[in-house]
Design a protein around this ligand. Structure first.
Ligand SMILES: [Ca+2]
Length: 474
């Protein structure tokens, strides 16, 4: 292979000069040395400065992996894929971030196009004229990891062009380019625990003048700063760890059918099993003539289990991550939820990270109103039939993301429901005026039968709800 240089690559001196001016002189020293073959300019340690970029031809060479050995020094100095700032791999996860190849890495929509002669590097940039753009889904993204998205952009007219990320487990985040000249922008985002891919997008919302984006880069920075403060991996087989979990017992709530008892919860090969059973025996709490549903029932017909960390572990703010395989059989009602450590329900605050009944997945927030035992609900309902086929036959990851200002519930990295905590105040019924989501909460895992889960007539027993792990980070 011949030694590539600017001339071999068809570099045009005039264009080079124009580029250099457009860069406002930032790269004169590096670029001139490349051009003139200087030998006494040390490569910047750890790659180029954050706001620098190599000349076009060299960038393309480096991305194509075609630099010869004699270019090794220049490569180390400027090639994006060999830099190692932040101590992390800075491999660009974007395919054709420079829009030079014109392959199908980017999905262009709405009339957006690759515009020749508009590139910040190379011939092409992505052009959006308003209400159009480009997207690229990046697979193989790691969960709970910080990434850097960067790129160059400019916009003619008054409306900005945007470079952003979405489907990473939270609201989309964007770099906003307003300048008529190319500027570099970057943002950092953290993936959710359920994120396996993200979508990078270029978009200009308002028509009137074109916007351009070029040299899009997505780089892994490193693990997030979240620290595990509590977990149960349910390792091995045997009884539930009672230093972590307390069992609810008996008939407890909602006039559900099951009698809760500890023996229906156990570890089996590293997974917590909550098992609904059909069994018939006398209700030891039965009181003849009682009007209370708990004591009115003469017999127990079904049993199940409910675990909670109350008095053992509670937390305020952070991230809850639960990997579970729910049951979706009619009559069952599995749940992952939290309750506030003080005040009566619902003014204690309730977060239903997952409830699954009657064919729907629910993600809810509830708190107190002016009427006792009457919650205000902020609910989200997702039909299981709208999810991937066999959804309930496999494990999935639920998350609660909780800060002082906001809660978000996610399923496999997709936000199901959010709550702005500034808008939450209990009514007069109990703990009036308090925000129950700014107190500590404890965790609950249970499998109810009947109640909102519906009739169990068609249900085959035993029925199992499985939890692989529960992890809490702050
Ligand atoms: Ca380009």
């Amino acid at each position: 292979m011949g030694q590539p240089n600017a001339v071999d690559k068809g570099w045009d001196v005039e264009r080079y000069a124009v580029y250099t001016l457009a860069m406002r002189g930032r790269y004169w020293s590096v670029a001139l040395c490349l051009w003139l073959g200087c030998t006494d300019t040390p490569p910047p340690s750890g790659g180029p400065p954050a706001d620098a970029a190599p000349p076009d031809a060299m960038r393309i060479d480096a991305e194509a992996g075609s630099l010869s050995d004699s270019d090794a020094q220049a490569d180390a100095a400027i090639a994006p894929d060999s830099s190692s700032d932040s101590g992390s791999s800075s491999r660009n996860l974007i395919v054709d971030g420079g829009f030079e190849r014109g392959d199908e890495a980017w999905a262009l929509w709405g009339g957006a196009r690759r515009a020749e002669g508009e590139g910040h590097r190379g011939a092409y940039a992505l052009e959006s004229t308003g209400r159009n753009g480009a997207e690229q889904r990046v697979e193989g993204v790691e969960p709970n990891t910080v990434y850097r998205l960067s790129g160059w952009g400019r916009s003619e007219g008054d409306e900005p062009i945007l470079l952003g990320v979405k489907e990473h487990g939270r609201a989309q985040e964007m770099i906003v380019y307003r300048s008529a000249e190319f500027e570099r922008g970057e943002l950092f985002f953290t993936t959710s625990f359920g994120t396996e891919s993200v979508v990078i997008f270029v978009y200009k919302h308002v028509e009137g003048g074109s916007g351009y984006v070029d040299e899009v880069r997505l780089e892994r920075v490193g693990p997030s700063s979240l620290e595990l403060i509590w977990s149960d991996e349910f390792t091995g087989s045997g009884a539930v760890d009672e230093t972590r979990w307390a069992h609810e017992a008996g008939f407890v709530r909602n006039e559900e059918l099951q009698w809760y008892q500890p023996e229906n919860a156990f570890r089996q090969d590293g997974v917590l099993v909550l098992e609904g059973r059909r069994e018939s025996r006398v209700n030891p709490a039965h009181v003849p003539g009682s009007t209370d549903w708990r004591t009115r029932r003469e017999t127990i017909e079904y049993t199940s289990a409910s675990l909670r960390t109350r008095d053992l572990f509670s937390f305020r703010y952070g991230r809850v991550v639960v990997r579970a395989k729910v049951t979706n059989a009619a009559g069952t009602w599995p749940a992952i939820w939290t309750l506030g450590a003080s005040c009566e329900w619902p003014s204690c605050g309730e977060v239903d990270i997952m409830e699954n009944y009657a064919g729907n997945l629910l993600a809810n927030f509830a708190w107190g109103t002016d009427r006792r035992w009457t919650p205000r609900w902020e609910s989200s309902r997702t039909p299981v039939s709208s999810l991937e086929p066999g959804f309930t036959e496999s494990f999935h990851i639920w998350e609660l993301e909780w800060s002082e200002s906001r809660m978000a519930i996610l399923l496999d990295g997709v936000v199901l429901n959010t709550l702005d905590l500034d808008g939450v105040t209990n009514g007069s019924a109990a703990c009036a005026g308090e925000n129950p989501f700014r107190q500590s909460h404890y965790l609950m895992l249970n499998l109810a039968l009947g109640g909102a889960g519906g009739s169990v007539d068609g249900l085959s027993f035993p029925t199992r709800y499985l939890v692989d792990y529960v992890r809490v980070y702050q």
